[in-house]
Ligand binder design. Structure first.
Ligand code: 6GU
Length: 246
């Protein structure tokens, strides 16, 4: 089954990297049907205007509703009215994007992304869109980007790699940071000594249970150091179950 992804942006070229690497291959294989739409194609004035000053005053510009209305109508018209896409609007004021959300979105047959710029999109566009499809405003983290495009690159990559067939080795998906509540353990490859730095001896021992224990301890140590917030929500049962596995 092909997953359909539509992206609306005033900078379609920003999405060009989605031709590369794993996602480009998945598109060529027909696993992903990704279409990028230029918001300015849905304007009707000579200057292809997409923004205007905010009512009530204030800094910056706001995206006008008319081009967005037409662009979203155009996207909706690509599929059945009774099975519309889930519309994702990236923005720093959204709910946090998480691995769990990526997993959920990777199960959907059709996703649309609306990239805002400037101070944002006229609120009526959201109200109107919600009458036709589910709408989620989603943030990558607590910092501000100039527009949604880079966020869409990140979200599409996180989602696409979870679509069946996109990553050859599905096992490589399970032992990863954020898949089970702990950060990943440190990894090493050859040579065994590099600039006088040795690979931890246990990894060369061939003792599988000892290696599993070491990795579990390193994951805990790393998570405690870098992401104490994650450890706080890991319950003890979880940790006990992990102990029994090793
Ligand atoms: Cl999703 N969009 C924008 N424009 N800025 C952001 C963001 C998204 N996430 C964090 N900052």
């Amino acid at each position: 089954m092909t997953v359909r992804l539509d992206v609306v942006s005033i900078f379609p070229d920003y999405l060009a990297p989605l031709d590369l690497s794993l996602i480009g291959t998945a598109r060529r294989k027909g696993l992903i049907d990704l279409q990028v739409h230029d918001l300015r194609d849905f304007t009707h004035d000579r200057h292809r205007t997409v923004d205007d000053t905010p009512y009530g005053g204030g800094a910056g510009m706001v995206m006008r509703p008319e081009p967005w209305g037409e662009a979203l109508d155009h996207v909706l018209a690509q599929g059945p009215a009774d099975a519309p896409p889930h519309l994702i609007v990236p923005g720093p004021g959204g709910v946090p994007f998480t691995q769990a959300m990526a997993r959920d979105l990777a199960q959907q047959p059709w996703l649309a992304f609306a990239c805002g710029r400037y101070e944002g999109i006229d609120e009526r566009v959201y109200d109107e869109a919600r009458e036709h499809m589910p709408v989620s405003v989603v943030s990558l983290g607590d910092y501000v980007l100039n527009g949604g495009e880079v966020a869409v690159l990140a979200m599409v990559e996180a989602i696409a790699r979870l679509i069946p067939g996109v990553i050859g080795n599905a096992l490589s998906l399970v032992e990863e940071s954020h898949e089970d509540g702990l950060l990943e353990y440190p990894v090493y490859t050859k040579p065994p000594v590099w600039r006088a730095r040795e690979v931890p001896e246990v990894l060369l021992s061939g003792h599988h249970a000892a290696i599993a224990r070491w990795r579990r301890d390193e994951r805990l140590r790393r998570t405690a150091g870098r992401r104490p917030d994650m450890l706080a929500t890991l319950d003890e049962q979880d940790l006990d179950a992990r102990d029994r596995q090793v």
